[in-house]
Design a binder for this molecule. Structure first.
Ligand code: S3P
Length: 176
């Protein structure tokens, strides 16, 4: 009998903790973790910031879709795409169904604070008023993020977020 596809996609605003939570969850349950921005960046041979500056967002979304297509059918995978991945229904449909999706919820104010502390440049946020920018992203995407199978408050410590996700995967029968 072939094994059902076991994949979890983490979605949410930049600064919601997708990469941190995803890596820790995967480690705990023994699944592979993939940060999709890293894959896209390696492929394009430049940082996400440079992809946006030199090739534009539309090209970035194409590269993101290509990287997503390669995850199809991969077993026991936690994937963390960038926060805008959810805006392309055709990209989402490459994995879901059968992949499950969890929304890591964070307020724009906390997201901006985390991003500021991380020091990583997020091209879509600009530098003028990052909080207003992330609030606008939130307003335009909240409905899409809410289509996830589970929403988790991430204004908790990482360990609590990971435990909530792990318990849910167990209750859904994806993890023993
Ligand atoms: C984006 C989020 C980024 C990255 C790119 C676009 C977005 O990823 O993919 O800068 O549209 O929200 P993170 O959510 O990991 O910051």
């Amino acid at each position: 009998m072939t094994e059902p596809v076991r994949q979890l996609i983490l979605t949410g605003l930049p600064g919601s903790g997708k990469s941190t939570v995803g890596a820790e969850l995967a480690r705990r349950i023994g699944w592979e973790f993939i940060d999709l921005d890293d894959v896209v960046s390696v492929r394009a041979g430049r940082s996400i910031e440079r992809i946006f500056a030199e090739l534009g967002e539309a090209r970035f979304r194409e590269l993101e879709a290509e990287a997503t297509a390669e995850l199809r059918g991969r077993h026991r995978l936690v994937a963390a795409p960038g926060g805008g991945w959810i805006t392309r229904p055709e990209t989402v449909a490459l994995l879901r169904p059968p992949a499950r999706m969890a929304y890591l919820k964070v307020s724009p104010a906390v997201a901006v604070e985390r991003i500021r502390r991380s020091g990583v440049v997020r091209p879509l946020l600009g530098s003028e008023d990052p909080e207003a920018r992330i609030r606008a992203l939130y307003d335009s995407r909240a409905e899409l993020y809410e289509t996830a199978d589970l929403a988790v408050d991430t204004e908790l410590i990482v360990d609590e977020v990971v435990t909530t996700l792990e318990r849910w995967l167990v209750s859904e029968g994806l993890v023993p």
